[in-house]
Design a protein around this ligand. Structure first.
Ligand SMILES: [Zn+2]
Length: 73
């Protein structure tokens, strides 16, 4: 999503384990303990910015990748 922060358009979508506050642009490094959710995927969880204290919504998306190799024994 795009957010306007101090007149600048910021893309708050991150693929690098970063949660970007749409209010102030502060970047939180993702830590699984931030969320008390066991589910791999969840929608719209409230999160309080550690910098400005504003509450915003976070949705987490997980993508899987697969690698294969021969099982040689
Ligand atoms: Zn903030």
């Amino acid at each position: 999503m795009k957010a306007i922060i101090n007149g600048k358009e910021i893309d708050t979508y991150s693929i690098d384990d970063e949660i970007i506050c749409p209010h102030c642009g502060h970047v939180h490094k993702y830590d699984p303990e931030m969320f008390a959710y066991e589910d791999i995927e969840f929608d719209d969880v409230e999160f309080e910015c550690g910098e400005c204290g504003e509450v915003f919504l976070v949705s987490r998306r997980v993508s899987w990748s697969f690698n294969t190799y021969k099982n040689e024994d």
